[in-house]
Each structure stands twice: as C-alpha cells, then as structure tokens.
Write a protein that binds this ligand. Structure first.
Ligand code: PMP
Length: 400
C-alpha cells in the first residue's frame, strides 16, 4: 500500500476529531523513540501524553505480557474469578497509601472517573459535586460534566446536574463545599490547564474542608500518578490522603488500564443496593494487569523521588530563552509558556522536524509539553532540551 493511500485511508476511515492531526505514520517504538515509516526517528518528549512513563515497549513489560498470554487473556466479566495478575496488582497499589486499599479496575481514565462519580454519590447519598475550572477529567458524559470549559462541554448538554466549579487556589470559595456536597474532584497538577501546580496549602485546606462536611475528596492522578511528579502518587508529595484516587495512563506501561481506588468501607457501597453497583466486561483484563504489575516495579526501581527533581532542574536550567515566559509544572509534567498559541504551534512543528515529538495542552495552546518517559537519562534530557532551544530560537529569529 503506498504512503499516500495509507494517509488517505487514515483520513477517510479512522474517525477524525481533529482538523489537523499530527499524522505521523509510526512503524515501531522502543524506549524513548518512535520510528517513522520513512526512516524518521523521533524522541517522544510527551510519552504519548503521560502514558509511556517506563518508555515504549519496556522489555520487562513485554515479558510480563508474553508470560500472561501463555496462561489466559479474558476469562469473565469483572470481579467474578480470582485472577492472579489482578490480585497482585491490587495488593501492590494498596500498599502505596494507607487507607486506599481497595481497587476497581477499568479500561481507561474517563471510565475510572465515571466509576468514582457513581461511588461518591452512592456512598454519601448526596448529589452535589465540585470540580475546578480548567480541570480535565475525561470525555464521557459524567467526566465531561466536571469540565468547566464551555467550548468543549456545552454542545453536549444536558450533562450531569448539580456540578459546580471552584477556582483553584481560592481559599474563600471552600465554604461553598457544604453538607450537601457528595464530592470534590481535584488534580494535584492540572495537566490540560497547561501543567498548573495547585498550591499545596490550598489542597490541604480543601482536604480539611471535605472532612469537615463529610464530602469525599477525589484526586485525579490519571496524569500525575506512577511517578510523574516524583512521588509514586502526586498526593504523597503534598501530604494529602484522598478518599478516592483515580489512575490510568502511565499505569499500564502502554496497555489500556485505569482504576479508581478507595477504602474498603467506601468501596463496599458498590456491592450493596444495588449489587453490581458498577459493571465492566474488560476492566482488569489479565494481560493489562500483568503489564501494569511490571510497570509498577519498574517505576519503583527508577527511584523517581530522587531522579525526577534532578531531571526537572535540567529542564529549568537549560530552557532559558527570551521567548519562554515561564516554565510551569512539577517533575516531568512541565510546560513552556510562550506569548501566543501561534508561536507555540510553530515551535512544536519545528521540534518535530528536528526529531522531537512535543505537543500543546487542551486548555493552553500557547504552552509546549515536556513530559518524557521517566526512564530518560539526564544526558538524554539535556540533548533534547538543546534541540527544543534551537527550535525556539529559529522561530524567534524569524519574528525579529
Ligand atoms: N483525567 C486527567 C487528569 C487526564 O489527563 C485524562 C486524559 N488526558 C483523563 C482524566 C481521561 O483519561 P482517558 O483519556 O484515559 O479517558
């Protein structure tokens, strides 16, 4: 099949949601790199949007997948059979944070958010939910209801009622969380807002307020979890313990898996009135769980708490240029802020030409995303930063 026709088939038959997809045809991926069908090689500076935390096709993940394939794949709908990769993974995840020791596996981030919405409503028997302006929690109806951005949500109304939006960092607004509130959904670093770090004292006050009124605090770690900000979960880095914690993306080492986690006491609400309070056919697929189990161990062996701050400081020290207004974010979830969307788009295109894949953010198109696999070495990151700097400078010189 000629190159031209593959592209045409992609545009014609793979449902398109973007007017300008990147459209790179990838033949193979390994470690930090993607290889194109015309001999191109790109360093993946965005980890397929915070997914490939252990790099592409990590040998230990591949090995775990192969081993599981030899035993079984899908057996039965969620929760009926005892499947050892699932059980081992749940126990490992339960060991990370005290009290968050019951895990419901899903296939994606947004599906885990849907489960969390049902769980907090069922457990509290309340309806009102708060989330934050410019937060992104997913694209299915419930998750979309949590989104404040009207451009993306209004065309799909009606969505869930009784969802309200708070301003991150505004301590005064916390009184709006009251005894009718079922839950508050929060990200520790608001990824799609452009890697906006939420003030830890605000998060601690939010935790206190939720406890005070009996609302559940749901922390969305879909983008921040599995070592991306340094600690295994970002909540550990700001000393808060959520009531419900949601993960996905980096969790599967490249395989599709997510989860919402809570205490057994809260989670038990899904097995009572109604029984089968949340159902999934594929959630917790054994092959995905095996991949995630290997991913968990790799992340632990990477010693992210020590390494990630060092990697972050390389980016902050190296990427200094008059066109960069600031660097937002934490750990390896960083954003370079430019003056305009248009400039950011040009830099992104220039980076791709130079062999570095990067991207913008859903709610911040003037920002360039830096979130490489956490396996990247300091030397590799330094080289990548210099290429990005070169691309920025070329675009900047044109404007002078
Ligand atoms: N929450 C956050 C913080 C996310 O970044 C994303 C995905 N970008 C989601 C939820 C939704 O995850 P998924 O795309 O797997 O449904």
């Amino acid at each position: 099949m000629s190159q031209q026709s593959v592209r045409q088939l992609f545009l014609r038959h793979v449902a398109q949601t973007s007017p300008s997809p990147l459209g790179l045809e990838i033949e193979k991926a390994e470690g930090l790199y993607l290889y194109g069908s015309n001999g191109e090689k790109w360093l993946d500076l965005i980890s397929g949007i915070s997914v490939s935390n252990v790099g592409h096709r990590h040998p230990k993940v591949i090995e775990a997948i192969h081993e599981q394939l030899e035993k079984y794949m899908h057996l039965m709908v969620y929760g009926e059979y005892i499947q050892s990769p699932q059980v081992k993974l749940a126990a490992k995840l339960a060991s990370v944070m005290p009290s968050i020791d019951s895990v419901y596996f899903t296939n994606s981030g947004t599906e885990a958010i849907e489960g969390a919405i049902k769980l907090e409503r069922r457990y509290t028997e309340r309806k009102k939910i708060f989330s934050f302006k410019d937060a992104y929690h997913g694209s299915t109806n419930g998750a979309l209801s949590l989104m404040s951005n009207e451009y993306f949500s209004v065309p799909f109304h009606p969505l869930l009622p009784e969802v309200f939006h708070l301003t991150s960092g505004n301590h005064q607004e916390l009184v709006k969380i009251d005894a009718d509130t079922a839950a508050v959904f929060v990200e520790i670093v608001r990824g799609e807002a452009g890697a906006e770090v939420v003030d830890p004292t605000f998060l601690q006050d939010l935790r206190l307020r939720c406890t005070e009124v009996g609302a559940l605090l749901v922390v969305d770690e879909i983008q921040t979890g599995f070592g991306r900000t340094g600690t295994f979960f970002a909540a550990q880095g700001v000393n808060i313990i959520p009531d419900i914690l949601v993960v996905a993306k980096g969790m599967g080492g490249g395989m599709p898996i997510g989860a919402f986690m809570s205490s057994k006491k809260i989670m038990d609400a899904l097995s009572d009135q109604p029984v089968l309070g949340h159902i999934t056919t594929f959630g917790g697929n054994s092959v995905c769980c095996a991949a995630s189990l290997a991913t968990f161990d790799i992340i632990q062996s990477l010693k992210t708490e020590e390494r990630i701050p060092k990697l972050e400081s390389i980016v902050r020290k190296t990427l200094v240029h008059p066109a960069i207004q600031s660097i937002r974010g934490k750990g390896m979830l960083l954003a370079l802020v430019f003056e305009t969307d248009e400039f950011a788009q040009r830099v992104i295109a220039a980076c791709i030409k130079k062999g570095i894949i990067t991207d913008w953010f859903l709610f911040a198109a003037n920002r360039l995303r830096i979130c490489p696999p956490l396996t990247i070495t300091e030397a590799e990151l330094l080289v990548a930063c210099h290429v990005v700097l070169e691309a920025i400078d070329e675009c900047y010189q044109v404007d002078l």
